[in-house]
Design a protein around this ligand. Structure first.
Ligand SMILES: Cc1ncc(COP(=O)(O)O)c(C=O)c1O
Ligand SMILES: N[C@@H](CCCC[NH3+])C(=O)O
Length: 441
């Protein structure tokens, strides 16, 4: 199917889960439960995840690409319940450490549906992957080939992919652009390194090479970069067939699909992706005389991001110069994204009706840095005061999974909501938890 020359403008997406409803009290309910009630029950800061939203999002990718492999990228957020939901929805799992692998195993995730990634896999990562029997290990560098092969038991074969760098720039911030030359992931197509690595893997009898893989970056709203990657990778597949006589059954294009953090933000649409990227793959393979490999995609943020809501309680309100600061009981320890990437968010007062018109404020955290900002210049009612509860949507990805214990503030709990009920999935990390790691002198 030919790809239209014009890339359609990605459509704006909602920032709240589909279940969000404004209650007569002015509060907001998600999954049928009022957010202020959840803040009272689980304390603040806390994270709420809408189970039905996660499941619907997982299904959206499966429906858009029924013949493809869809693996949830666990780095976005992982806990045992989530692993089960993903498993029940028929997805695979992209893991990148022994810790993620062990959690998946504990939740009973089928190991053959796991793909292991990582630019610097430790011996423990590789041994754990082999012991559990993961489906694919994605080789990220030349040195890893012999190291992995040496760990595979005699008589066994590990399925692998080779991660290549197509030289496509995409992603919301330099820190998350992984499809370009000169960064730490993958093997360059342009330099010939990727072809060399493929030749070496083919020479390892204990490794079975099933395909190439690439991951361009994160928070990509349009399909253009994926199409550009396909245009680099299919000719490479043609060269590999000509040189080695190999035809790979799979092609991994990674994840990176954008979500909306603020009203009007564009998000990537799985159906558009399937039509345009899948269409380009089909047509280019046809021209090369190659069978179309089975596509695999790895959405992380897209699955859990929009399903999560962070809840905070206001601790202080103060003006400084011409700015109003609203300080809450969380901050960069539970959400480092504004500090790391200049990420922007939506914030809403919940639990009571606004008593005054909105004015622009900066929502900050409680940590010992002026850079501990959660949301710059967001409208909140002018009467916002200590004790109020604030909700931040699109908080389900790369917040808790990157959380720290800065200032010895424990990490927040996670509660699931569905059908008017809430349940705790991950408990709050207490000061005692934190002290217990300190063995003294
Ligand atoms: C190999 C790989 N696959 C998938 C993902 C998921 O990315 P995202 O959460 O942006 O979809 C990542 C992280 O960017 C990744 O490194
Ligand atoms: N942590 C990044 C995304 C990293 C993607 C993982 N490869 C973010 O929050 O935007």
């Amino acid at each position: 199917m030919p790809v239209p020359a014009e890339e359609p403008t990605p459509a704006p997406a909602p920032v709240w889960p589909a279940s969000a409803r404004v209650l007569p009290s002015g509060d907001l309910a998600v999954g049928g439960v009022a957010l202020a009630e959840l803040a009272d029950r689980f304390g603040t800061p806390s994270y709420v995840i809408d189970e039905d939203e996660v499941r619907a999002r997982a299904r959206a990718w499966r429906a858009a690409l029924p013949d493809a492999g869809v693996a949830y990228a666990g780095k976005a957020f992982l806990c045992r319940a989530l692993v089960r939901w993903i498993e029940e929805e028929g997805l695979g799992l992209d893991a990148c450490s022994a810790g993620e692998l062990e959690l998946a195993a504990l939740a009973g995730f089928p190991p053959e549906r796991i793909v292991l990634h990582g630019n610097a896999k430790s011996p423990d990562d590789l041994r754990t992957a082999l012991r559990l029997g993961v489906g694919r290990v994605v080789i990220d560098g030349t040195g890893e080939i012999a190291r992995l092969a040496a760990l595979v038991p005699p008589g066994a074969r590990q399925r692998v992919m080779v991660r290549v760098v197509p030289g496509v720039a995409a992603g919301a911030h330099a820190a998350v652009r992984t499809g370009v030359e000169g960064q730490k992931f993958g093997l360059s197509v342009a330099s010939g390194e990727a072809e060399e690595a493929v030749a070496r893997v083919l020479g390892q009898p204990r490794l079975e090479l099933v395909g190439l893989h690439c991951h361009l970056g994160s928070q990509i709203a349009s399909t253009g970069p994926y199409i550009a990657a396909v245009r680099r990778l299919v000719p490479l597949l043609g060269r590999l067939r000509d040189r080695h006589g190999v035809i790979f059954p799979e092609l991994g294009l990674g994840g990176g699909f954008a979500i909306a953090y603020r009203e009007g933000d564009p998000a990537l649409d799985p159906r558009g992706y399937a039509e345009r990227v899948g269409g380009e793959l089909e047509s280019l393979c046809g021209r090369q005389g190659l069978p179309v490999p089975r596509l695999t995609v790895e959405p992380g943020r897209w699955i859990t991001g929009p399903a999560g809501v962070a809840l905070y309680r206001v601790l202080a309100v103060k003006s400084a110069g011409d700015r109003m600061f609203v300080a809450v009981d969380g901050g960069m320890s539970d959400n480092p994204r504004p500090a790391l990437y200049g990420a922007r968010y939506t914030v809403r007062l919940v639990g009571r009706a606004a008593g005054a018109p909105p004015r622009p404020v900066t929502v900050v955290g409680r940590h010992c840095e002026a850079g501990d900002v959660l949301a710059e210049d967001v409208p909140l009612p002018a009467d916002v005061r200590p004790g109020d509860v604030l909700a931040v949507p699109a908080s389900g990805a790369y917040q808790l999974s990157m959380a720290s214990v800065y200032n010895l503030v424990g990490r927040p709990p996670v509660a699931a909501v569905s059908g008017g009920r809430a349940r705790l999935l991950v408990r709050r990390e207490t000061a005692a938890d934190l002290r217990s790691r300190d063995v003294g002198e």
